[in-house]
Design a protein around this ligand. Structure first.
Ligand code: NAD
Length: 440
């Protein structure tokens, strides 16, 4: 099938490439000419495990190309909308200007397709009600609209795109349009559906809500265990044992129960805020007041890490040398949007410390974007002569550090394990003063 993907960021570039991997002929459109050039040369504009190989293979193989020109979508039967929906500058609501611009620019190029209906498929995370609004805008065009939210995790983007836990279609109210548009998407995803991936169909609003409900639940789970960590800190209990014990209950489950410096990135924080803003517009803000607390607990973890650093360095960070391990919001990604690690590093530097930061993937990007920051090549270079080391992104390279070897290079063996991924017994045995989150 001929497919276009509008917006080639973390989601769109991976989606376009995976659609080519499924055997489709794909054009990716982005307004960023530099990104388009990189992608056309088979080079990923971001770090994502396993992505580079299939991108290069599909571009070289000729099934995948990228363009800044919307006219190049001509001939495609399915158009995926994957542009960003960041938090707006004025408040919590999502900034919909990119989605609106993409749809407006796409409409003149929508043509009837000989093989069945043309389908515009929204994948971006949007406020509930967006699909209905866009469907009205598309009413005079030859296309149907489907809302097909995306659940991929950065770091596992290829795997999650090709083998998601589920696929959901938000379909038009008209049964004929719904059936025809759903059949087109079934053809797009045919190999995945044949492999048994569950596919659910719903109305637009439910499909839109599934995405933000899932992210709200995940954010709540993280803030829940972080709240428990505060109780553990106050009582000398151990949140890692607590999480393990409650996680054995399969109604709770062990995942997303690691206490630490909290969630970040380009999705969870802005998604729960946009959800609260939308609930307010709908007159049901009380339904989501708990998310305000989820957000507050999450932000408090960042402040708490800075306060802990201050406390264990004798009350002041001024003039201290602090090594920060991690800049990306999670391991196996170079995405630093709303990153707890970067936020904490900034706050510590703001209090007069000399911060040396390192990140296996985000390091080069950080050095380019933030010339004011000292970026080191690895943990040993960052920790050289440090008064304090903070582990803030749980990269394998940091989890596997040898405490005895690292001790040799620091000025004083103090470590804050902001992700609870190190073995306190081993680190203490190597002479370190170890501080975890909610761990005695
Ligand atoms: P991103 O910022 O990495 O990518 C957005 C891309 O859209 C950029 O390359 C930008 O240049 C391009 N763009 C902006 N306006 C455009 C226009 N008018 N026409 C064409 N291209 C345009 O964002 P992302 O992380 O890929 O997220 C995209 C959407 O997917 C968001 O709604 C996000 O919430 C959702 N999502 C993201 C993830 C993820 O892990 N990143 C997962 C699920 C859902």
């Amino acid at each position: 099938m001929h497919i276009s993907v509008i917006g080639c960021g973390y989601l769109g570039a991976v989606h376009a490439t995976c659609m080519a991997e499924l055997g489709h002929d794909v054009v990716g459109i982005d307004v960023d000419a530099e990104k388009v050039d990189l992608l056309n040369n088979g080079k990923a504009p971001f770090h994502e495990p396993g992505f580079d190989e299939i991108l290069e293979r599909q571009v070289t193989g000729g099934r995948l190309r990228f363009s800044t020109d919307y006219a190049d979508v001509r001939g495609a039967q399915v158009h995926f909308i994957t542009v960003g929906t960041p938090q707006s500058e004025e408040g919590y609501a999502a900034d919909m200007t990119y989605v609106d611009a993409a749809v407006t620019d796409l409409i003149p190029h929508l043509v009837a397709h000989p093989d069945g209906p043309t389908v515009v498929t929204g994948k971006s995370t949007v406020p509930v009600g967006t699909a209905a609004r866009l469907a009205a805008q598309l009413a005079g065009s030859p296309a149907h609209l489907v809302w097909n939210p995306e659940f991929l995790r950065e770091g596992f983007a290829v795997q999650d795109t090709l083998t998601p836990d589920r696929i959901i279609y938000g379909l038009p109210a008209d049964p004929d349009a719904a059936e025809a548009a759903g059949a087109v998407l079934d053809a797009v995803y045919a190999p995945m559906l044949a492999a048994g991936i569950p596919r659910l169909t719903a109305d637009y609003a439910t499909a839109e809500l599934v995405k933000v409900a899932a992210n709200s639940f995940l954010a709540t789970k993280i803030s829940f265990i972080n709240a428990m960590a505060e109780l553990c800190d106050a009582t000398g209990a151990d949140v890692t044992l607590l999480a393990e014990a409650i996680g054995h209950d399969d109604r709770i489950g062990p995942k997303f129960l690691r206490a630490g410096v909290g969630f970040g990135g380009g999705c969870l924080p802005k998604d729960i805020r946009a959800f609260m803003a939308r609930a307010g517009e709908l007159g049901v803000d009380q339904a989501l007041t708990f998310l305000r607390e989820v957000d507050t607990i999450n932000t408090r973890r960042r402040t708490a890490a800075v306060e802990l650093a201050q406390r264990i360095l004798g009350g002041s960070l001024g003039g201290k040398r602090v090594a920060v391990l991690g800049a990306a919001f999670k391991p196996d990604s170079d995405d630093m949007r709303n990153s707890p690690a970067l936020d904490i590093a900034n706050a510590i530097a703001g209090q007069g410390a000399r911060v040396i930061i390192t990140d296996p993937a985000a390091g080069p990007k950080l050095a380019k974007e933030r010339p004011d920051m000292e970026v080191a090549a690895d943990a040993f270079a960052a920790a050289k002569d440090a008064d304090l080391v903070l582990l803030l992104t749980e990269w394998r390279q940091f989890r596997d550090l040898d405490p005895t070897e690292l001790r040799e290079v620091v000025a004083s063996p103090l470590i804050i394990d902001g992700r609870n991924v190190l073995d306190p017994v081993a680190w203490r045995a190597a002479g370190w003063t170890y501080h975890g989150v909610g761990r005695p």
